[in-house]
Design a binder for this molecule. Structure first.
Ligand code: FE2
Length: 161
């Protein structure tokens, strides 16, 4: 299943990216921005510009992906309630951590650089675990079969007498 990304192919001639392709982009872009934050924070400096860049990306791309997934995938995918509850709980956890980083970037929450570094590492751990779980749960081989319609169930049993 794919999610329209709205970018990358204005001609519409390329095949849509798969969920794992989109996740690979998110992983790469978050890691690159998070590494810049961590380089400064681990040296005891407050990485104002690097943190702003990370938070912008998290808001513009990661949270957009979360909304797209909940709207386009979770509503239509056939999965167990436990699987979907796990993915929704992961999304909530990511939103809370992103909000914590946004407050730190805006100066609304006072953190030391080491605390910021720990929060950024938590985000990376949460994101990696979530993306892996989502790819596994939403893979086509994990979907539950559709329940048989009454008509198809009748045709299968009609010759069994
Ligand atoms: Fe997700």
């Amino acid at each position: 299943m794919t999610i329209p990304t709205g970018d990358g192919d204005p001609t519409g001639t390329l095949p849509p990216a798969s969920l794992s392709d989109e996740h690979a982009v998110l992983r790469r872009e978050v890691t690159s921005r998070a590494d810049r934050v961590l380089r400064e924070a681990d040296e005891g400096r407050w990485p104002a510009e690097e943190l702003a860049a990370l938070v912008d990306y998290l808001h513009l791309e990661v949270l957009r992906q979360v909304v797209d997934e909940e709207w386009l995938l979770f509503r239509t995918a056939r999965h167990t309630p436990d699987d979907m509850a796990r993915l929704r709980a992961d999304h909530l956890e990511l939103r809370l951590t992103i909000e914590e980083l946004a407050q730190a970037a805006a100066g609304g929450r006072t953190l030391r650089p080491a605390q910021l570094g720990a929060t950024v590492r938590d985000l990376q751990t949460e994101l990696d675990a979530h993306l892996a779980a989502e790819e596994k749960i939403l893979s086509p081989s994990r979907r539950r079969p559709r329940p048989a319609s009454p008509a198809s169930a009748r045709s299968r049993t009609s010759g069994m007498r």
